[in-house]
Design a protein around this ligand. Structure first.
Ligand SMILES: Nc1ncnc2c1ncn2[C@@H]1O[C@H](COP(=O)(O)OP(=O)(O)OP(=O)(O)O)[C@@H](O)[C@H]1O
Ligand SMILES: [Mg+2]
Length: 383
């Protein structure tokens, strides 16, 4: 039986995520029949991605639901909700059912996931019911886990597996897990920063800080009074988190489409807001590592997630950890070439790889022991 070595862990929710992995590891080790996996879902705070085997990423929509103010009637989900919110924002409220790394609204999450899966499954005739692998925020509770399972089942799945996001990101990055040196992956998304440090095939530390790029956007919005959509745009196109003073000279001009004069903002202010939030978050990760954690990191720190695209974040992470920082190229995964250079897709990629390996190794049932052994070599479980 696999020993799941764990020295320290902090989570955004409960410890269920780790228990789940442990369970999955035991399940794989037990040699029971492993089914084919057809669909991988990265259920993110900001975006939900769905991958279908052999086709690549078929759905990439914001994890947002539009409800009517007052009645709370659901008006739209995903892209449709985002479009509605842009058009008639007064009578409509946006719900982000996954917030701060936990499932804040179980019913709405269930509805959203079912909607996304139905959108994918209704378009095709599966000869068999698909098995669904879902990447979920670290540490979701038992109740949340049941909601994810039941919505996937009611959308026509045969089986549902749940995988911790940072683990999926680590697999997506394609890091070897059984080398004596350690690896650290930090997945900086919209609502959370998930990290995992594993050494010699065992997890030394993992956890989740309930802060991500959406908080940074909100900070810019609060400080500059720009609408959130503009704040997001400024962050992505003008911001720099490096702390390099030459990157903070002058002003940023933000055009106003409503006929008001353009707004001029000091670059220094925007960059300070961005840097402060990311620095604090990365320092929290560092503080939560065991004393000898950083010494045992081998090659360096790997950044994934949409926010790892933030300009200057690599330099900032290097300052905080005192280690080389990588935004790695993903391993080659058939069918998704167009996406694989984008760190936002690493979690989905990990889920895909997981599904692919199961598929490739499936041919004869006597090979199940080998399958589970190979999977264990990919997954950061203790042996
Ligand atoms: N070029 C960019 N520069 C800075 N930030 C970016 C860029 N592109 C995307 N982001 C940020 O990435 C975040 C979304 O990342 P991602 O899609 O990985 O989140 P998620 O997986 O839905 O969230 P989580 O993992 O927290 O549940 C948003 O905050 C967005 O602003
Ligand atoms: Mg994510």
């Amino acid at each position: 039986m696999n020993a799941f070595r764990r020295y320290s862990r902090t989570s955004c929710g409960s410890e269920t995520g780790i228990k789940l992995l442990s369970e999955l590891s035991n399940w794989l080790g037990s040699g029971r029949l492993i089914p084919v996996n057809d669909i991988a879902v990265d259920l993110g705070t900001a975006n939900t991605l769905i991958y279908v085997k052999g086709e690549g990423i078929v759905l990439n929509e914001p994890s947002v639901v539009a409800v009517e103010r007052g009645s709370r009637r659901i008006l739209g989900i995903g892209l449709e909700a985002k479009r509605m919110l842009g058009r008639t924002p007064e009578g409509i409220e946006a719900i982000r059912p996954l917030k701060d790394g936990v499932i804040a609204d179980v019913d709405v999450t269930e509805m959203m996931l079912r909607h996304f899966l139905k959108q994918v499954t209704s378009k095709r005739i599966f000869r068999i019911k698909p098995t669904v692998v879902v990447g979920v925020p670290s540490g979701i509770t038992e109740l949340e886990r049941r909601a994810v399972r039941s919505s996937a089942m009611s959308a026509g799945s045969k089986n549902v597996f749940m995988v911790d996001e940072p683990m999926a990101a680590a697999i997506g990055v394609g890091l070897p897990v059984e080398t004596p040196t350690g690896n650290m992956v930090i997945d900086i998304g919209g609502g959370t920063t998930d990290y995992v440090l594993y050494v010699d095939g065992a997890i030394l530390a993992s956890g989740c800080i309930p802060v991500g790029g959406d908080h940074v956007t909100n900070d810019i919005h609060l400080v500059t009074h720009l609408p959130l959509s503009k704040a997001e745009q400024v962050k992505k196109t003008e911001g720099d988190a490096s702390g390099d003073p030459t990157k903070s000279e002058g002003v940023v001009t933000v055009a106003d489409e409503g006929g008001f004069p353009d707004v001029e903002l000091k670059r220094q202010i925007i960059n300070d807001v961005i840097r402060m939030r990311f620095q604090e978050t990365l320092e929290l990760v560092r503080e939560r590592l065991p004393d000898d954690g950083l010494v045992r990191v081998g090659k360096g720190v790997f950044l994934t997630g949409g926010s790892s695209q933030m300009v200057g974040l690599g330099e900032l992470a290097q300052d905080v950890f005192g280690l080389p920082v990588y935004k790695p190229e993903s391993p080659d995964v058939s069918g998704v070439h167009a996406y694989i250079k984008d760190p936002q897709y690493f979690t989905a990629l990990g889920l895909i790889r997981y599904a692919q390996i199961l598929e490739e190794e499936r041919p004869n049932s006597s090979a199940w022991g080998k399958v589970s052994g190979f999977l264990r070599s990919l997954w950061p479980f203790g042996g």
